[in-house]
Ligand binder design. Structure first.
Ligand code: PMV
Length: 336
């Protein structure tokens, strides 16, 4: 038995579009921060007696992605035997919280350990990417860049979590599963959005700006670039046919609240992935003020707090949140 725990990540410069659909190579570079307290635990056991992979802890609709991941894992490493796979996450929501990143990072680490493979982080990142693109960034802690380079994917940590203990608050505005997942959404944007070429063109500047801002620990520079990058991604998605609007009314309410905070002199900036949740960046000493302001936005259900965290780890014992309830009871981890 091998339990692994991995953290989710928030893209400050987004991955939205593949250059190679099957290999999941991105069309442009992205840069994320790994979040310390939004996590998935995975337990993997390979056994010769099974006649297919068994997945526990996911709704049936999300199981096929995990099964495809295990098929390619077995083929790549010549592993025999099907697996019993157990997943649990500590965030009880199904929409736009990058659950696929923590899920496939945890699965990569747990599957490698269960198969007694000693793999480096670059190899783990490759495996994680085969499950979900953004998962490759969750193989590292701190601030992580993922870029296409000569037909390959390069994933590279650019600053440790200690470099900048920012706060990342997640305002949860809906707990409904989203109707269009990231892969389908970005595929539709690539194929139909007239703004997709502009989105790709503007990415390089955003990346350079975010990288420099992280290096300098300059929140206003980081937040300005990250916010604009997020809005450009959503603008490209909204212009798809049929349109992709991931926001709920409370999403817009939360965005406006962040702008109001800034107008009052509180440094806070938002980012939103392919879902309705609003992630707010701020310095540690403003976290309470920002949290209170976000909790008060009509339609915000709760606010989760996190800061830069670590890459995945193998643990002796599953975390308590992974064991709440019976082992065969489905948890709410959902692969987005
Ligand atoms: O890795 P996927 O297929 O779940 O796509 C992630 C897409 C975004 O979260 C919107 C952006 C990103 O870079 O994480």
């Amino acid at each position: 038995m091998a339990w692994a725990v991995a953290n989710s990540n928030l893209a400050l410069v987004k991955y939205w579009g593949k250059a190679d659909e099957s290999a999941k190579h991105p069309a442009s570079a992205s840069l994320s921060v790994t979040l310390d307290s939004i996590s998935t635990a995975a337990d993997v056991v390979f056994s010769p007696e099974l006649s297919s992979d068994r997945v526990e802890g996911l709704p049936p609709a999300a199981e096929s992605k995990v099964k495809r991941f295990f098929e390619s894992f077995r083929a790549k490493f010549g592993v025999r035997g099907y697996a019993t796979i157990f997943l649990a996450s500590n965030f009880p929501i199904a929409a736009g919280l990058a659950s696929s990143a923590s899920t496939f990072a945890a699965l990569s680490k747990a599957a490698a350990a269960a198969a007694a493979l000693t793999l480096g982080d670059a190899e783990l990142a490759e495996i994680a990417r085969s499950g979900s693109g953004s998962a490759c960034r969750s193989i590292y802690g701190g601030f992580v860049e993922w870029r296409p380079e000569g037909g390959r994917s390069v994933v590279e940590p650019i600053a440790a979590k200690e470099h900048w203990p920012l706060r990342i608050l997640v305002a949860v505005t809906s707990e409904k599963p989203k109707t269009v997942g990231s892969s389908e959404g970005m595929g539709r944007t690539v194929a139909t959005s007239p703004y997709y070429p502009a989105w790709l063109r503007s990415g390089a500047d955003d990346l350079a700006e975010v990288r420099a801002a992280i290096r300098a620990r300059d929140l206003s520079r980081l937040g300005t670039a990250a916010e604009r990058n997020c809005l450009r991604m959503h603008a490209a998605a909204m212009a798809s046919v049929p349109p992709l609007v991931y926001w709920e009314p409370a999403t817009l309410g939360a965005m406006r609240r962040v702008w109001e905070l800034r107008a009052r002199g509180v440094e806070a900036y938002f980012s939103i992935d392919a879902g309705p949740q609003v992630k707010v960046l701020c310095e540690a000493n403003d976290a309470e003020t920002v949290k209170a302001a976000m909790v008060a936005v009509p339609g915000v259900i709760r606010v989760l707090s996190s800061q830069p965290g670590d890459g995945p780890r193998i643990v002796d014992r599953p975390p308590p949140w992974a064991l709440a309830g019976s082992r065969s009871m489905p948890r709410q981890a959902v692969v987005s």
